[in-house]
Ligand binder design. Structure first.
Ligand SMILES: Nc1ncnc2c1ncn2[C@@H]1O[C@H](COP(=O)(O)O)[C@@H](O)[C@H]1OP(=O)(O)O
Ligand SMILES: [Mg+2]
Length: 425
């Protein structure tokens, strides 16, 4: 009689375990990496072994895509990342509404600074609760807060107040942070140097600080990299319209105002597609699959770029657009909301041509956006068409600039980008 699916999976699981034990005799570090992999493999083989406590979450996360959610890889990582980002965006929204926005600076105790610290502490605490062995590359650390008592108190008040309405969801990310020391410890746990081995999260607690301060677009961005490859990405955009079909016009980057009724939570898992859902204050809402817009004719494209001319060369971006025959004005907005907007087909291209020869893009500014665009049917490389290398530290030091476009037109776009760069050389 043919072996059942369960028996075959048991055999694979058993054989894999023996091979790992044999290899570990030669390399002990191989053992710890393999145990993590084995646990993932077991979950994958035995989706029904998921604990009953997580069943309601699976139901709330089920998307309208055709893929069965119970077979999805990185299911728990996605759920934790969604909840963590959602809770942190509640904090950023509360800073936004309760503190005067003041100057466009990132000085001590400015709203964006305390928002950054609070969101990072909350997200790292969530990750460490669910995956204590994982590393995090975060933009901030606790050095300033340890020295500045007033600032520390401001952040602590925010962190305590930011709670999901749904207690089951809140419990999954560890509930409230227990003490000021635990908050500082969480903040300091974002000091990983990155690399191409194992599981490392890349976190930008408030991406687009200028957008946050001027009431434009900003985003809370979190990605899990596995062996240096962005694999799970979640981005909370409190100022984007919920409707994926809402037209993207040039006003999107300015005076968006952080009103209730707006806000989107984007997510993607490598090989599993990309999704958007409204940001909420409680459990994760049902998502819808998002895809990039088919674009046969690049002359019809809408392209996105940074608001800040110091972050991306507006001149080079315009030259590329003109060579592609694009006539629509660029849509400028801060943060990884640009990746989100093209991933859901509201825009088409994201051009980020380097301004400075020495600037190294940070991995937390791109990891989540890259997996989102890839899973929505796009391609992302640097401005020379080189794959982005997330596995060599905290920055993309081997790359210059970023270009993202739907797969079909990507070769044409990158050819034009290179023409513009070569003409300057
Ligand atoms: N010279 C630069 N070139 C490209 N990106 C930059 C540069 N300086 C800062 N950034 C980063 O650009 C990101 C925002 O991009 P955008 O303007 O497209 O929203 C920020 O995270 C910011 O990092 P930082 O937070 O360290 O200043
Ligand atoms: Mg950033």
């Amino acid at each position: 009689m043919a072996p059942s699916l369960l028996q075959r999976n048991y055999n694979k699981f058993f054989l894999f375990s023996i091979l790992i034990l044999a290899a570990s005799l030669f390399s002990p570090s191989f053992l710890s990496r393999s145990i993590t992999r084995l646990a993932q493999l077991k979950l994958h083989f035995y989706p029904s072994s998921t604990s009953s406590a997580s069943v309601p979450a699976i139901q709330t996360l089920r998307t309208n895509s055709t893929r069965a959610f119970s077979n999805m890889a990185y299911e728990k990582e996605l759920e934790i990342a969604l909840l963590a980002v959602q809770r942190a965006t509640l904090l950023t929204k509360s800073v936004y509404s309760s503190h005067s926005k003041g100057t466009l600076s990132k000085s001590d105790s400015s709203p964006v600074t305390i928002g950054d610290f609070g969101a990072q502490a909350l997200i790292i605490a969530s990750i460490k609760h669910a995956f204590p062995g994982d590393e995090v590359v975060g933009e901030e650390d606790a050095d300033d807060l340890r020295k500045n008592e007033q600032e520390r108190q401001l952040v602590w008040d925010l962190v305590q107040a930011a709670k999901l309405d749904d207690s089951t969801a809140e419990d999954k990310i560890g509930g409230p942070i227990k003490s000021v020391d635990a908050m500082l410890e969480a903040l300091d746990s974002g000091r990983s140097n990155g690399g191409d081995k194992g599981r490392i999260w890349a976190l930008d607690p408030i991406d687009g600080t200028k957008g946050f301060l001027r009431g434009g677009q900003y985003a809370v961005c979190l990605a899990l990299m596995v062996d240096g490859v962005p694999t799970v990405g979640v981005i909370g955009c409190p100022n984007l319209p919920v409707d994926d079909k809402a037209p993207l016009d040039v006003s999107i980057g300015a005076d968006a105002d952080d009103k209730e009724g707006k806000g989107v939570l984007f997510s993607a898992v490598k090989g599993e597609g990309a999704t958007s859902r409204p940001l909420s204050r409680g459990a994760i809402q049902q998502g819808s699959t998002i895809t990039m817009k088919p674009l046969e004719d690049t002359t019809q494209a809408t392209f996105c770029e940074s608001v800040e001319a110091g972050h991306s060369s507006h001149g080079d971006n315009a030259a590329i657009a003109s060579k592609l025959g694009i006539t629509k004005p660029s849509v400028r907005m801060d943060s990884q909301a640009k990746y989100c907007s093209i991933a859901r087909g509201a825009g088409d291209l994201y051009l980020r041509l380097p301004v400075s020869k020495s600037y190294e893009e940070k991995i937390w500014d791109h990891a989540a956006g890259v997996v989102l665009v890839q899973e929505a049917g796009g391609e992302v490389t640097d401005a020379w068409g080189k794959p982005l290398n997330f596995g060599i530290g905290r920055t993309l030091k081997e790359n210059k600039g970023v270009v993202a476009a739907p797969k079909d037109v990507f070769p044409k776009v990158i050819e034009v980008v290179k023409e513009v760069l070569n003409a300057k050389a």
